[in-house]
Design a protein around this ligand. Sequence first.
Ligand code: BES
Ligand code: ZN
Ligand code: ZN
Length: 489
Amino acid sequence: MPTIEISSQTGKDFSGDVLIVPVFSGRERHRLPLAISKVARQVMDENDFKADYLEVVPLHHPNGVKDSRWMILVGLGEEELVTHNKIRKAVGSAARSALKKGWKRVGIVSPSTSSLDHDEVQVAVLEGALLADYDFTVCKGEPAPKNFERVEVFTNGDDTRKARRRLPQVEAGVAACHRVRDLANTPAGDMYPEAFAELAQKLAKQYKLGIEVLAPEDLQKGNFNAVLAVGKGSARSPRVVRMEYKPKEKAKRHIVLVGKGVTFDSGGLSLKDAKGMETMKDDMTGAAVVLATLVACAQTEMPVAVTGIMGLVENMPSGTSYRPGDVIRSRSGKTIEVLNTDAEGRLVLADLLNYASEMGADHVVDLATLTGACVIALGDGVSGVMGTDQKLVERILDAGSRSGEYLWQLPLVEEYREGLKSSVADLKNISGTRWGGAIVAGLFLKEFVKTESWAHVDLAGCWSSSERDYRTSGASGEGPRWLLDWINS
Ligand code: BES
Ligand code: ZN
Ligand code: ZN
């Protein structure tokens, strides 16, 4: 994390590599601090900069602010339409272009508008820059991290105290996002169940979290037969990790987070095609989100007890794989006819949700890259939410709006349960139709939940082949920020 400063100055005395100046379109350019507006106005005219939302223009200005010869103008669009999210994303885009130029010491002018609280704007500016400050370079021949060294926010006289007080939360949320990106971007050859569990152990020790790792023998004793079935084809054996965060004072409530941790999803014997497999090292994102969120809970001393359950397993085809037609007696006792070994996430979660239901939690929330159908429905920038407790679902959606991570509710249409009926077992793992696949998967999970207040979040859209605003290409790292917002609300 770079050194962070929030200063009430205008930015005109900034000395560093680049000053980022967010600008509203139209008349609002006059709102800029005077010393900056002089330079900015000239370059805006010369470069035909309209300040449209996400428009980014880097400028060299020999007569510019003090020691900084570079400035990046970034458009916020019309002032009437501005939101915290737009500010976060616009600053993120500018920060990405600064990073690509190798600029490491950045100043950012916090935009001033009467419709939003100053401190919230300052936080959004900072979040945008920090979330953008990421590149996955560990696999490059010469890993060259190009991270920021210093990020300074200039508020032009506005009070900085509230935003400064929020800094620990902001930093923990950003670090959690980056942790998820790291875990999901790491090749599956390095990030297999045991490796993930070892990393969890290391982090548990560092942040004083409770931890229990269930190895294959423990899983057998504990009847995690669905987890074991999915893992049967792989040379890398499965693990289930239970991690616990408890606040020092009496906890306000107890939340259990459950994460799908398929470290690679080849589809198993129902093998995916080459294209479908390309990104499947990210199929453990649910577990990564759970792990990163627990660490952030410890860092910020959250007043809520949080248990994380991560189901780590590799789905591979081989002579020992589970097969289409096999019937699994899941941990709950319900039997499942496997008709497609690629619908493996729901099998893993069946056992984990049954396990989670024993913990007497107030809420159980599972996170999983569960269905391609969810990406078809919502695209690669929105997660699907389903659940049995509408209030919980709405609180999750609200947390999403506040953090700028997009979530959308899908209905658990009871009629679709019909499709999961099996002639040989209690249910089968796929329905006979492709339609409504994300919902069908949600209905399957519901069969294994005994806690009244449950929500399921399908994270399948959390991977992108291209870079957008503060999001880098690859894993988006979404999840922990809205979760932390909800847990803290
Ligand atoms: N991990 C995939 C879901 C997925 C697909 C996530 C594409 C992100 C992008 C999951 O295990 C899966 O393969 N689901 C199948 C279910 C089907 C066989 C009912 C799918 O979505 O095709
Ligand atoms: Zn699959
Ligand atoms: Zn999967």
